[in-house]
Design a protein around this ligand. Structure first.
Ligand code: GCW
Length: 689
């Protein structure tokens, strides 16, 4: 016993010695080499030099070991995949070697065994979309200004600081397999295609290139008219076609490895082919033809909805399905995970597993627009896993969203996945230290879409929080003590965090009840006169004295029929519709009897309460791990959890008091009473609290 205590004290002492202040800038790449490695590589290139350097800087294997890097064609290796073995890494491309190096180092640092195996990426293009504006602001960005753009006199000059930051960014991306970055907002400024902006894109591309990251741009469909001086931007107009061809040539002459365009067209006020009576296919194909000679792709977003339709959730499917087979090979349709927006929970978009002759890519939102921004601790891997593993039944059982988008179910000319980035100029890149885990998770899932959230959380915690002892390999420091008292509780907290957010924000299929504009707090009442109904929460919750929920069954909007059988019928039928999607698909009376035996109203109340209690639990978990975390990160996260808790309370009080006006039923008496008044919450809902 005494022995045990002294080992414990000694370990604590060791940890505290090594809990140097950490500002989070090094992300999951904070572990340094602990021994010497002898790297043998017969070829040379900028990418391979990075690979060699990374091995030398991060090696935590046996001292003096020889590692051989071999670039050699092998049919078992696809794309930029690699073959890993204790003796070294083999790949078809230099970039494959670099990815293999990062994998090897990750395994060393997380204590995973290194045995011979081939790792191929699930998707060919693994892209981060930055919603960065030319003036440096970021739409839905919560971690400071853009790392790519800024306003003012020096807006377009490229400094050494810029280059350093872009390089750090590229390294972080490459270390998790990301191979593309869209540098600007999908609500795109036409200016981005002007000569002076393209010069800066070129400078960025030059830094990102050696890390295997291609640059892409979001384009504004009206560019030919706005910056090209043409009378129209009609995609079938010969002058317009010529203009885009010329623009593509100009871009590729500056940036030979340019990736292509991302397009938000005929959506939320953005210009598009429909302004000229043309279809999405006409627009996308025209751009695809311009990029095709240079190997570029078009990612055409399916995020479209118009105020006149009675069910926003159905529109993307309705607009795109008839166009299946009409798109060029280098067009990929980019589809958000859910049919409405990036809500805390939505069923998967029925556009996954729908088209058979068109490449489709998932779009996830890494930035937490609807999930507590940079204040709430919400690990999103569980949400993406839920989407990727959803069964579409496109070709019978086993047709998950993952397999329908990575070319396993129907072959796709190109496969891709995108994440809307959560990074900015904040020292720790993401605002919340745990938001880094979402960047990490997106990259890991893009590389391997069957990874579990648990595995990803495990890796990330080890890489991000493991004690650092100079000269000692990180994995040797994962004592039972550290695992039990730090890793396991923190991992549990991460894995529960998204469900907690769903509970305190919008459980049981409730959706889009956010306060207007900022999307942080609750606003189920928000419906200013004159605003399009589909931009107001009552359109989605449809609460009245009879009940609440959106009737999307066959008796309602019939959105259920956009899903293959047997899923459509499962959603349609109250007996088989999962509780988590209940009010997404059904409008139900307040006293509807749930599977739990409770009335709907009571069930709603218990979910809000559970969510709040889960966050209070997270606070306890975090307070208990204080001795394992450096002070700076500990305090920052502790304080963010306090705000999260206060906000979860606001969510609970606002939603229960607001909906109670319709249910006219008491909040079950074993639930803690609200501590805010509804009138105050409504009065203040435009403030982000
Ligand atoms: O979720 C909504 C956001 C908009 C965003 C839009 C989109 C870039 O509130 O800010 O615009 O989605 O995805 O285009």
């Amino acid at each position: 016993m005494i022995m045990k205590v002294s080992v414990y004290v000694f370990l604590l002492f060791l940890f505290s010695l090594n809990l140097r202040a950490e500002n989070g800038h090094d992300l999951w790449l904070r572990n340094k080499s602990t021994s010497h490695v002898n790297v043998v590589c017969s070829k040379s290139s900028p990418t391979l030099s990075i690979a060699v350097q990374e091995l030398q800087q991060g090696w935590q294997g046996k001292d003096g070991v020889k590692v051989i890097l071999t670039v050699k064609n092998d049919k078992a290796i696809r794309n930029n995949g690699f073959r890993l073995s204790p003796a070294g890494i083999q790949a078809n491309t230099d970039l494959g070697i670099l990815y293999g190096v990062y994998e090897l180092l990750r395994r060393q640092q997380t204590g995973e065994i290194i045995e011979e195996n081939v790792c191929n990426p699930s998707y060919e293009f693994r892209i981060l979309d930055h919603w960065d504006n030319p003036n440096g602001t970021i739409e839905r960005g919560y971690a400071g200004q853009s790392i790519f753009w800024r306003s003012g006199d020096t807006a377009l000059s490229v400094t050494q600081n810029d280059r350093t930051l872009w390089k750090e960014y590229a390294r972080a991306d490459a270390s998790i397999g990301i191979n593309g970055a869209v540098l600007n907002n999908v609500n795109a400024s036409p200016m981005m295609l002007s000569k002076k902006y393209l010069q800066r894109v070129k400078a960025i591309a030059e830094v990102l290139g050696p890390y295997g990251i291609r640059t892409y741009l979001s384009i504004n469909f009206s560019s030919p008219a706005v910056i090209g001086g043409l009378k129209t931007s009609d995609p079938l107009d010969p002058e317009v076609i010529k203009w885009w061809k010329g623009k593509a040539r100009e871009i590729y002459s500056l940036i030979p490895d340019f990736g292509g365009f991302l397009v938000k067209a005929s959506s939320e006020g953005q210009p598009g082919p429909q302004d000229f009576g043309r279809t999405h296919a006409d627009g996308a194909n025209m751009l695809a033809d311009a990029l095709n000679p240079f190997g570029g792709i078009v990612m055409w977003r399916a995020f479209v909805y118009s105020p006149t339709d009675l069910d926003r959730a159905k529109q993307a499917y309705n607009e795109f399905m008839p166009l299946d087979g009409q798109f060029r090979d280098n067009v990929i349709i980019q589809v958000k995970n859910g049919p409405v927006d990036f809500q805390p929970r939505e069923p998967f978009s029925p556009l996954f597993g729908a088209m058979k002759k068109t490449s489709v890519m998932p779009e996830f939102q890494v930035t937490q627009e609807y999930l507590g921004q940079a204040i709430h601790l919400v690990f999103l891997a569980t949400m993406w896993e839920e989407c990727l593993q959803s069964e579409t039944y496109q070709k019978g059982a086993g047709s998950t969203v993952a397999r329908c988008t990575d070319g396993s179910v129907y072959p796709q000319k190109h496969t891709a996945i995108a994440g809307v980035s959560n990074i900015g100029l904040d020292t720790n890149w993401c605002g919340h230290p745990f938001a880094q885990a979402n960047w990490y998770a997106f990259g890991r899932l893009a590389w391997n879409n069957s990874l579990t959230s648990e595995k990803i959380a495990d890796e990330w915690i080890k890489l991000t929080f493991a004690p650092v002892v100079p000269g000692q390999a990180t994995s040797t420091l994962f004592s039972t003590e550290w695992t039990e008292h730090f890793l396991i509780p923190v991992r549990r907290m991460m894995l529960q965090s998204r469900e907690a957010a769903v509970n305190y924000m919008m459980p049981l299929g409730i959706h889009h009840i956010f306060a207007g504009n900022h999307h942080y707090g609750p606003g189920p009442w928000y419906a200013p006169r004159g605003l399009r109904p589909d931009w107001t929460p009552p359109y989605y919750h449809k609460a009245d004295t009879l009940g609440m929920g959106f009737e999307r069954t066959r008796a309602g909007s019939d959105a259920v029929s956009q899903y293959h059988e047997p899923l459509g019928s499962q959603f349609n039928d109250l007996n088989t519709c999962p509780d988590k999607y209940l009010l997404w698909f059904h409008h139900l009376p307040w006293d509807y009897k749930m599977k739990s035996g409770r009335k709907l109203w009571d069930e709603i109340c218990y979910h809000y309460e559970t969510g709040l209690q889960q966050v209070r639990e997270f606070q306890k978990i975090w307070d208990k791990v204080e001795s394992y975390v450096d002070t700076d990160r500990f305090i920052l996260i502790q304080s963010k959890l306090r705000s999260q808790c206060a906000n979860a309370q606001v969510w609970k009080d606002a939603c229960l008091l607001y909906f109670q006006q319709f249910s006219r039923m008491p909040i079950p008496y074993d639930i803690e009473r609200p501590v805010n008044n509804l009138e105050d919450l409504i009065r203040n809902d435009t403030r982000r609290r």
